[in-house]
Design a binder for this molecule. Structure first.
Ligand code: AMP
Length: 112
């Protein structure tokens, strides 16, 4: 499968890794939109949040266990935003489920 994030997870494409375990991989966004901008992905390929099911939802649960750990490690004690874009209208550019962690400044109040 020709998936950019699968290649990052396998190490074929380098990344600024900040966390890894058996199920989850997290790395710095190459084009950060905030002082802290990290992508958290399941190691298993899931195309988007639209593909979350009873069978794979445990991976999303694992991701959301990891997010507070990363936020703490990054010093985001004042808060942060977690975003996942889905499909064309959602402006999803990489078709591997990922959650953006954005923080390190006061974020915009509007989300769309
Ligand atoms: P989205 O637009 O929600 O699909 O988010 C994809 C994100 O992946 C964007 O914020 C990109 O900047 C980021 N991105 C694309 N290529 C890379 C890469 N090689 N390493 C790190 N982040 C990347």
């Amino acid at each position: 499968m020709d998936c950019l994030f699968c290649k990052i997870i396998s190490g074929e494409i380098p990344s600024g890794k900040v966390y890894e375990d058996e199920w989850v991989y997290a790395f710095r966004d190459i084009a950060p939109q905030a002082p802290v901008h990290i992508l958290v992905v399941p190691k298993t390929h899931i195309a988007s949040a639209d593909e979350i099911s009873a069978e794979n939802a445990v991976l999303v649960s694992r991701i959301f266990e990891v997010i507070p750990k990363i936020a703490k490690a990054e010093g985001l004690q004042n808060g942060y935003r977690v975003v996942t874009n889905v499909g064309e209208d959602g402006c999803q550019s990489v078709k591997h489920l990922h959650f953006h962690i954005l923080g390190g400044k006061q974020l915009a109040g509007e989300m769309a």
